[in-house]
Design a protein around this ligand. Structure first.
Ligand SMILES: [Zn+2]
Length: 68
């Protein structure tokens, strides 16, 4: 029996919510879990969490230490 064949997916820590999941998006050096991915897709700009998601997304696409 080969038990290693199905374990190719690594668990990653979500950049937005911090949860560890194997399902989601890898963007640059960051990871967004599938639940946050769904939130981002459907979130409204008037949602109180919208600024939080935007700020987290900025940390993904803009490296804070790029100009060190
Ligand atoms: Zn998440």
């Amino acid at each position: 029996m080969n038990t290693n064949a199905m374990n190719s997916k690594e668990q990653s820590s979500c950049t937005i919510c911090g949860n560890t999941s194997a399902a989601g998006l890898h963007i640059v050096k960051s990871f967004i879990c599938s639940s946050c991915e769904q939130e981002i897709v459907k979130i409204d700009v008037k949602d109180e969490r919208y600024p939080f998601f935007v700020s987290r997304m900025k940390t993904i696409f803009y490296e804070p230490n790029a100009n060190a």
